[in-house]
Design a protein around this ligand. Structure first.
Ligand code: G
Ligand code: G
Ligand code: MN
Ligand code: NA
Length: 251
């Protein structure tokens, strides 16, 4: 259809831009990584990421989109050095791509020459659709772990049926903004989150709070045992060129 053709043309012309949102340590404030967030701006208006990511998946362009985002993110961050710290880079990947047996090969090619090898990359499993075959996901995680990647379960909420996935060898998870927002006012949510974090700790998994809008909640998050945090209160998604200024202000 027309939308798919427009996206394919934009991909071919290198028109998919990337913004970077920092994740910082709740212990020592140090920036740990930046998450790459794709942006598509048509002449009249921006297209919402969730809309064009879904379009890409429907149109068989998901892999092309991921390669475009990954290679552009790597190239733009590489251009910031020297003087910019060796932060990690986090990429969002839907389940269908994470399961691809040749993911390690094509992602490696996309990042070649950028300085972002597996040891500096985090992969966020964004998919909210059901994982039908856990063994396939387990095998994919084993392949990625063996290659040195760290895979995070993105947007984990309570009662969404995905908690059980944490028994798989994920490096950690991101606590969904909907939960993080409720923590200050709801003891039951704090209790449930503490339990999740306890489980993660025992498995050596890291836990990132998403959607932290106010720095006032820092000590609450830290007290719950969260490792790190991301959100508009820390840093908005920024173009690569704005990261050094953000970093200088953050310190
Ligand atoms: O800023 P924000 O509106 O970017 O992101 C909206 C949604 O789009 C989020 O769920 C995010 O994970 C997803 N998203 C952003 N960039 C990418 C990308 O490059 N690939 C995939 N699969 N999802 C992305
Ligand atoms: O699903 P994923 O977590 O990858 O999506 C990230 C999305 O969340 C992006 O759209 C990003 O712009 C948005 N986001 C990040 N931090 C905040 C925040 O503090 N508040 C709000 N409302 N959105 C945020
Ligand atoms: Mn994400
Ligand atoms: Na997320």
């Amino acid at each position: 259809d027309a939308a798919a053709a427009a996206l394919e043309a934009s991909l071919a012309r290198g028109e998919i831009a990337v913004r970077f949102q920092p994740v910082v340590s709740l212990r020592d404030r140090r920036p740990i990584l930046v998450e790459a967030l794709a942006r598509w701006h048509l002449p009249d208006a921006p297209v919402r990421p969730d809309a064009f990511v879904a379009l890409a998946e429907r149109a068989g362009l998901a892999r092309k989109l991921s390669i475009a985002v990954a290679s552009r993110a790597g190239a733009e961050l590489a251009r910031l050095a020297p003087g910019f710290p060796a932060l990690g880079l986090s990429l969002n990947l839907p389940l269908a791509l994470l399961l691809q047996p040749d993911l390690v090969a094509w992602l490696g090619r996309a990042m070649a020459g950028t300085g972002f090898g597996p040891g500096r990359l985090f992969l966020e499993l964004t998919e909210t659709t059901e994982v039908r075959d856990r063994r396939l996901l387990l095998r994919a995680l084993q392949r990625l772990n063996a290659a040195g990647y760290r895979v995070l379960l993105d947007d984990l909420a309570l009662g969404d049926g995905r908690e059980g996935l944490l028994a798989l060898p994920f490096a950690g998870f991101k606590l969904d903004r909907s939960l993080v927002e409720r923590l200050p006012r709801e003891a039951a949510v704090r209790h449930a989150v503490r339990r999740l974090i306890g489980l993660a700790r025992r498995r050596g998994q890291m836990v990132i709070a998403e959607g932290v809008g106010e720095l006032g909640h820092w000590s609450l998050l830290r007290g719950l045992g969260l490792d790190s945090a991301q959100g508009f209160g820390i840093g908005r998604p920024l173009p690569a060129s704005a990261l050094p200024t953000w970093l200088a202000g953050w310190r």
